[in-house]
Ligand binder design. Structure first.
Ligand SMILES: Nc1nc2c(ncn2[C@@H]2O[C@H](COP(=O)(O)OP(=O)(O)OP(=O)(O)O)[C@@H](O)[C@H]2O)c(=O)[nH]1
Ligand SMILES: [Mg+2]
Length: 241
């Protein structure tokens, strides 16, 4: 079943044609982006679409087979809710923003929710280049989605930046009876590829906040690089926060 999903949040793109780099030089930003990373570095705290101030922004992409729970994970993280009911497959690509505070720095995550269906793969490829981090999901109740992780990693290496942060997530960990991929198998695969791993559940909320926090923190190699610049140009209100 495949129905077109409408964008809900203020930060959502209205069509799959939204520019992959739309957050980089978005309205109100004076972005001095790193040439290779595409890091958004406002010269002073900027304001997100939701009206929240932020200091720095990262683009995170959710990728993985259709049905693994990418959209549900994003909705759980953004809205704290679970999309129960019939499966509405994502068409093209969509994004939502969320501002988090990490080490006293307001980090805006622009999270791109991609369509897992093969027919949208070329659309997704165009967005890899600008991503700072990728959350690669499989479904612990779907062996094929786990087996396809190698192919996803190959694709990531082909299209994403070399220093992109990748994290492997085994989603639907709340399901016990239909589980076909053991936690240890996920751990082993992640170890083989040298990426962090955790199991999540968009349904129960297990590790959802943690996964996004971890991925944002892992972007610290970018953040760390820019921190001296960031601190030197912070406006007074932020210093007093
Ligand atoms: N039990 C359980 N079901 C989940 C979980 N996450 C998602 N689902 C269900 O899995 C189905 C697919 O979820 P989606 O989030 O739409 O999957 P997707 O990866 O976005 O799929 P595409 O948009 O086609 O790429 C839906 O029926 C969800 O209700 C979870 O953590 N636990
Ligand atoms: Mg989806």
């Amino acid at each position: 079943m495949s129905r077109k999903k409408t964008a809900k949040g203020k930060g959502s793109s209205k069509s799959p044609k939204a520019s992959p780099s739309s957050g980089r030089t978005g309205k109100g930003l004076t972005a001095a982006a790193a040439p290779s990373s595409g890091l958004v570095y406002p010269s002073r705290p900027s304001i997100s679409n939701s009206g929240e101030f932020y200091d720095i922004a990262f683009k995170v992409m959710l990728v993985g087979d259709s049905g693994v729970g990418k959209t549900c994970l994003l909705v759980r993280f953004k809205d704290g809710a679970f999309l129960a009911g019939s499966f509405i497959s994502t068409v093209g690509i969509d994004f939502r923003n969320k501002v988090m505070t990490i080490d006293a720095v307001k980090v805006k995550l622009q999270i791109w929710d991609t369509a897992g269906q093969e027919r949208f793969r070329s659309v997704t490829h165009a967005y890899y280049r600008d991503a700072h981090a990728l959350l690669l999901l499989y479904d612990v109740t779907n062996k094929a989605s786990f087996d396809n992780i190698r192919a996803w990693l190959t694709e990531i290496h082909e299209y994403a930046q070399q220093d992109v942060v990748v994290m492997l997530l085994g989603n639907k960990a709340d399901v016990t009876h239909d589980r076909v991929v053991k936690r240890e198998e996920g751990e082993k695969l992640a170890k083989e590829f040298g990426v962090p791993f955790m199991e999540t559940s968009a349904k129960s909320g297990l590790n959802v906040e943690l996964a996004f926090t971890a991925v944002a923190s892992s972007c610290e190699h970018l953040l760390g690089f820019f921190i001296p610049l960031l601190l030197s140009s912070l406006s007074e209100p932020l210093r007093h926060r």
